[in-house]
Ligand binder design. Structure first.
Ligand code: NAD
Ligand code: MN
Length: 498
């Protein structure tokens, strides 16, 4: 399927049915207030469809449905084996609809169809399957206490979980929450970004078809300040699990404090350093990786390696290779299967990134590549892959998350200096170090304050590895068995025996 041509993908897109209604208590329906928002294709600026714009009234209905489903145990009361089978069927239905899901994702947020087919859609299905598999393989504990007691440490579902997710990997971010939250028996209300609601709406129907009971999985499209805020402030929501910006993450923690102290897990932004030492095992591979690490998904990646730190002794040669690889990344139509960089998610994001490029120039960084909007005649939101050299730690383009295809390069002399530069940030999501010296690799990976450290690669890992941030990149972890802990309460039961 991924060997379709541009024309074939365009034909499929033209004949695709786009989901547009909210999904509450097992039924697709309009927003209570009847409002909609425009869902725009960033590849050409044209309207795809109008999507239900939910607000507090819809949140109320969804929370009631989710609570009722949790209280009567129609999901958490099933045997683990039964829940597993239903979630496996859900994953299987996602796989059977892979092409449609990938196409919806690409149309909605501008990512290359090759990436949506190669990563997003299959990774999302795999995440659901992986969590399904875990359900009947996790044991609770018996505490080591005296003969006269039986002491149990068990885990129980939280109840109603609200998942608020961003637009850069809409389906994958949703499934990183949905997988463990459903696996542990919770009811879930998913609030996709207003910039990318389509795949979340589509999988709600697949979940129902798979046998997930009504009320257990609800999807409320709409804006953050309306329906998102209503969920975050709701007194009957037990957990808010979020991926998005640090600014909104901080706000949601406050919402928890102002309402019912709901559990609050925040996966937020990043400004990740990619450190290349002179003895990297393969400098060309490091340069190729560094380019992919910032330009993949238009640079709209929380772990984007947006700060490249290069040892000065090899910097001239390394920059040559970096530029050679970077020139292979050309922004183009997301539905062309050969495209590596698609369109920015919307006009606002494009303007923000262009603004940061202007700031970089004003701050005196050296523009080596790109810097402009391209193909404006197409009506799409395309930006050239952009590289700045001579970036210093006081510059805003060194400190702030740009969330676009803009790389900031800084030189250093010693490993100590590189670690200090790498850690000179409010964020702590990811970091990398390239070296052939095991001692430098271990020293560096221990010293870097980040949730994930890559050695001689960028973005290695799979469902088995926890994902999340130190510092203002957030708290809690997605993926791996650790993610399941977020969606359960620990219960201690002390049984006194005779
Ligand atoms: P955002 O914070 O603007 O929005 C994220 C979600 O929050 C959206 O669904 C939005 O509608 C909702 N929201 C906004 N205001 C709200 C409010 N007042 N109450 C409730 N919900 C509200 O982020 P974005 O622009 O969609 O995504 C980009 C950000 O996400 C970047 O900062 C990126 O680093 C981060 N991100 C982090 C990870 C991670 O795992 N750490 C992964 C992907 C993206
Ligand atoms: Mn969109």
């Amino acid at each position: 399927m991924s060997d379709l041509t541009l024309a074939q993908w365009q034909h499929k897109a033209a004949h695709l049915t786009l989901p547009s209604q909210a999904f509450i208590d097992g039924t697709y329906r309009d927003a209570v207030n009847g409002a909609t928002f425009d869902c725009i294709n960033p590849a050409n600026g044209q309207l795809l469809t109008r999507v239900a714009s939910c607000d507090a009234a819809d949140a109320e209905l969804a929370v009631k449905a989710a609570r009722a489903a949790f209280d009567d145990k129609r999901w958490c009361g099933l045997s683990p084996k039964q829940r597993k089978l239903i979630m496996q069927r859900f994953a299987e239905l996602m796989r059977l609809n892979l092409v449609e899901l990938a196409l919806l994702e690409s149309l909605d947020m501008g990512k290359p169809i090759g990436d949506a087919m190669g990563y997003d859609a299959p990774a999302a299905a795999n995440c659901i399957a992986w969590n399904a598999e875990a359900i009947d393989k996790i044991y609770d504990q018996v505490a080591p206490v005296e003969e006269s007691a039986l002491a149990l440490v068990t885990r129980e579902a939280l109840g109603v979980v609200a998942a608020i997710v961003p637009w850069n990997f809409p389906l994958v971010m949703a499934c990183w929450k949905l997988g463990p939250a459903l696996a542990t028996g919770n009811s879930v209300i998913l609030k996709p970004s207003e910039k990318s609601p389509l795949t979340a709406l589509r999988i709600a129907g697949l979940a129902k078809e798979a046998g997930i009971p009504d009320g257990v999985f609800n999807v409320l499209p709409g804006f953050g300040h309306t329906v998102g805020e209503a969920l975050a402030m709701h007194m009957d929501v037990d957990c808010i699990t979020f991926t998005g910006s640090t600014k909104i993450g901080k706000h949601l923690v406050q919402c928890s404090g102002k309402s019912n102290l709901k559990r609050a897990f925040m996966e937020c932004g990043g400004k990740s350093p990619n450190i290349v030492l002179a003895d990297a095992p393969d400098l060309d591979a490091a340069a190729r990786s560094a380019v992919g690490a910032i330009f993949y998904n238009q640079g709209e990646v929380c772990t984007a390696a947006s700060r490249l730190l290069v040892q000065n002794s090899i910097k001239p040669q390394f920059m040559e290779r970096l530029l050679a690889h970077a020139r292979e990344w050309i922004s183009a139509n997301p539905l062309d299967p050969t495209t590596r960089i698609g369109a920015m998610v919307d006009h606002i994001q494009m303007e923000q990134v262009l603004n940061y490029i202007a700031i970089g120039q004003q701050e005196g960084a050296k523009l080596l590549l790109g810097g402009k909007r391209t193909q404006p005649e197409e009506g799409g939101y395309y930006i050239e892959p952009t590289i700045f050299d001579d970036v210093t730690p006081t510059m805003r383009i060194f400190r702030e998350e740009i969330f676009g295809p803009v790389l900031a390069v800084t030189g250093f002399d010693t490993l100590e200096e590189a670690i200090a530069l790498g850690n000179d940030t409010d964020y702590g999501l990811a970091a990398a170090i390239w070296t052939a010296d095991l001692n430098q690799a271990v020293k560096g990976s221990r010293a870097l304050r980040a949730g994930t450290v890559f050695v001689n690669n960028w973005d290695g890992g799979d469902m088995t590895m926890p994902f999340g941030g130190f510092k203002q990149s957030g708290n809690g972890r997605d993926k791996s068995l650790h993610a399941l802990e977020k969606y359960t309460e620990l219960k201690s039961t002390w049984i006194q025996l005779e």
